[in-house]
Structures are given as C-alpha cells and as structure tokens.
Write a protein that binds this ligand. Structure first.
Ligand code: IFL
Length: 463
C-alpha cells in the first residue's frame, strides 16, 4: 500500500483491529514470571537456530516462510551473516554446542577475499562487531583474526577520502571504493568496534580512523548545535539541510556515547550531550500530546519532514543513558502508545496524526533496545513490561514455519507476513529480551556495553 493511500478509515480499522484481536497490550493476570518468559525466549531462539541450521546454514539470511535463504552483502557470496550475528546471543543463553558449531564454521568457511563490493557500515556493525563480541565471549583467536582481516579491508574506504570519511562501498579484494555520497550513520558508526579492535590488537589505527571521521562531522555543527544527516566523503561538506535523529543518522549519536562508556572519551561524551540537548531544544515537538523528533533544517530548526521511523525509538534509551531521563521516558511513551495502538509499531509514522505511513515492518528491535537501556538505569519493571508486550506481539505475528519474519501488512488479521528474517534479529531483540527477563549469569549488567547491533563489547563475566 502506498503511504498516501492509507486513509483515515484504514487507520481507525487498524486501531480497532489491534484492540479486538489482542494485538495491543497483553493483559497480565498477575505478576509476570520473568524466569518463565526468559525460558520462552531461549526456547524460541533455539528453535529458530535449528531451522537456520537445517535450511540456511552459512547463508546470510533465512526466509522463514518458504524455508529458503538469501545473500545480504554480495549476491552469491554469503558470509554467514545470521550465524555471526547470533554468536554472542547463543553464548549468553548458554547454548554452547550451537555457539561452538558457529565458531567452527567461522574457522573453516569464512573468507573475506572476495572480488565484490561490500557496504562498509553494515559490514562493520554486523560482521566486525559479531566476530569481536564472540571473541570477547570465548577468547578464540580465530574470531579476532577474522575481525581484523575484515577491518583492514574496510579501512581502505576511509583512506581513500581526503577527510577520512569512509565511502559507502569498498571492494573486499581490490580496495576500490564507490559511493562518496554518504551520511552520518555510515561515516560515524565505527568507534565502538574499531576502538575495541585497537585495544585487542595494540594497533591504534582503527580507533584513530573512526574518531577522525566523527570529529570531522561534529565540527560542521550549526550555531544551534545540529548536524545535517547527509555528507560527502570527497568534499567533506553536508549535502542536505535535514537534521535527523533516525534515518541516516541514528547510530552516530549512539557511538558518541559509546566512546565515553568504552574508552572514557570525555570529548565525545560532551559532544553527545550537546547533540542531544540540541535535539531536545530544536527537534522535539509535541503532536496530540506525544513527543516526536521530526527532521528539521539544521540551521533554522524549521520542520522539514513529518515522518518518524520505528528506528527512532533507540533515542529514548540513549537520552536516558546520557542524563536526559525525563525526555527518554517521554519518548518511549510515544512508542509504547504506538505499540498499544497497532500491536506492532509501523516502520514509519506520520507524527502530526500518529497514523502509520506504511503498513509494513522490518521485524525491528529498537523499542526493546530502548526498554533495556532505560531499565538498566533504575531496573523499573515498567520497561520490562513494555518489552514483554513487544516480545509477545512479535511472537503472535511474526512466527513462521522456519523462524521469524518481517510483516508486509499489519492492518490484516492475522497480520500479513513477508518472508525474511533480518540478520539483526539474531543479535538484537532476542538478546534484549534475554538480558532483561533472565538477568543471565554470563554478563555483568552493570558493565554491559552493547554496539548499535547489540554486540556485547563489554560486560562478559569470565568463565
Ligand atoms: O542493523 C540494525 C542496527 O540497530 C542499526 N540500524 C538498524 C538495524 C535494526 O533496525 O544501527
């Protein structure tokens, strides 16, 4: 359905449908048994892993309705994306045989010497991050070697730019780069993985490259403290006027904060707080009582686009982490309202009306991500309850024959399933639920630092 064809009647039907089919807030008869819920999450993860092993072993992504598989990065050259994304989740769930089978696959099958172009940002957050977190979990050096090999190939995308802003794609074998028109997320989501890699290898070049790109963008902030989301790797200048908290930008802001958490980088901590304060002052807008952060002109603060994606929910957690707790709670309330209204938060919402702009969703983890980060702040069960609803609604709508899938129409009953499980499902929401519901013994929650892809970069309890 095209966005514009989503009529008021459809939207109202959606609201009613969600409530009458129980897709909204799941009623709780008594106090939640968190241990039982955690066991259910673990059982679902194990079941989905078994289907992946049977139908898609070593492939990037499983299509869980048809039982087929697909490449994610380079057609015909799968890199075991879902397997790598799953590793630290398997470890935390103490699914040790499954974890070891995954590590063995990395040892014997994973080879980055491919004559193909890879998206630098996605390769870093999913593959470098997944390999590093698995290495931190078990200590196997092969995981670190593979992460370093890939990072060395990705670094060529930074080196080709006069400003150290990575091109969007690099050829894994030749180092040829393409697509200099990029954005904040794709130039500034490296410091967590690259910084850990520098620490583990003793080679500072990874951390330095990641930090240089972030500082370049931060210097372009406008007098009101905002950055535009689109930037050119060759000119080093912004190519749009839109400041965004979600599309093209989101994880840049997360990684400012992570640089502080992981490396004690006070300059980036201060930059994170300044950026968040500018967002609150110039992007935070209220429509029908709900707080949203639509795109604005980065110099004037005038609203330029009134849509907001479900990905924006991450900001609720980041606000809480960085000291803007009230605003974080307020923004989570917006997504909780959308979840209660539609069962599943739509991929994109028209903020002026609170209605979906699209009826599909990509099996997104960001609401659970925000719940975890806010819960870690004060352990208030209110966040676990929102995450429990998120889990139950996902289970009732996205579970297919061979795993979990995104949805193509959340207005139908049952909701209409697509046929793809994104790689991040293995690393993100199932881990968020598990951390909150199980409080697992292999992690020190007080030390936990997760990447934007939820790879554990600090906090494992030594065996
Ligand atoms: O890959 C995921 C990651 O959280 C990210 N952006 C979007 C994905 C999940 O929705 O940074």
């Amino acid at each position: 359905m095209r966005l514009s064809s989503l009529t008021r009647r459809t939207a109202l039907a959606l609201v009613g449908g969600a409530l009458t089919t129980g897709a909204g807030r799941a009623p709780q008869a008594g106090p939640e048994d968190w241990g039982a819920l955690a066991a259910d999450v673990r059982a679902e993860f194990r079941w989905a892993w078994q289907a992946y092993v049977e139908k898609a072993w070593g492939r990037d992504e499983i299509n869980p309705v048809s039982g087929t598989a697909q490449s994610f990065f380079i057609d015909g050259h799968d890199l075991g994306l879902s397997l790598i994304e799953a590793l630290d989740t398997l470890w935390l769930m103490e699914l040790d045989a499954e974890f070891q089978a995954g590590v063995d696959w990395v040892r014997t099958e994973l080879d980055f010497d491919i004559d193909g172009d890879i998206q630098v940002f996605e390769a870093n957050i999913r593959l470098v991050g997944g390999l590093l977190s698995a290495h931190l979990a078990c200590g196997d050096p092969v995981l670190l070697d593979k992460a370093r090999d890939l990072a060395d190939r990705l670094l060529k995308a930074f080196d080709a730019s006069p400003h150290g802003l990575p091109y969007r794609y690099v050829n894994l074998r030749t180092g040829a780069v393409r697509d200099p028109e990029t954005n904040l997320a794709e130039i500034g989501t490296y410091i967590a993985e690259f910084g850990v890699l520098s620490r583990l290898t003793g080679d500072s070049k990874y951390h330095a490259a990641a930090r240089r790109a972030m500082l370049h963008a931060l210097k372009l902030r406008s007098p009101i403290g905002l950055m535009a989301a689109n930037i050119h790797a060759e000119t080093g200048q912004f190519t749009s006027r839109n400041a965004s908290i979600d599309v093209y930008a989101d994880s840049f802001y997360e990684y400012l904060w992570d640089a502080w958490e992981l490396f004690g980088d006070a300059e980036l901590r201060d930059a994170a707080r300044e950026c968040l304060a500018a967002m609150i002052a110039h992007q935070g807008k209220r429509y029908d009582g709900l707080l949203w952060f639509p795109m604005v002109d980065f110099e004037t603060g005038a609203v330029t686009n009134t849509s907001q994606t479900v990905l924006g929910a991450y900001l609720a957690g980041l606000l809480g982490q960085a000291g803007f707790r009230a605003e974080g709670d307020d923004f989570l309330k917006t997504y909780e309202t959308m979840q209660d209204r539609y069962g599943i938060v739509p991929e994109s919402t028209e903020v002026t009306t609170g209605r979906p702009r699209t009826l599909r969703t990509g099996l997104r983890p960001e609401v659970a991500d925000a719940c975890l980060n806010l819960w870690l702040g004060d352990r208030d069960d209110v966040y676990r309850a929102i995450a429990a609803t998120h889990y139950r609604n996902m289970k009732s709508s996205s579970k297919a024959a061979y795993g979990y899938t995104g949805l193509t129409d959340l207005s139908t009953r049952p909701m209409t399933q697509g046929d793809n499980c994104p790689g991040y499902w293995w690393s993100e929401q199932m881990k968020y639920y598990w951390l909150m519901f199980a409080e697992p013994k292999r992690i020190d929650l007080g030390q936990l630092v997760l990447s934007t892809e939820a790879n554990v970069l600090r906090g494992f309890v030594p065996a």
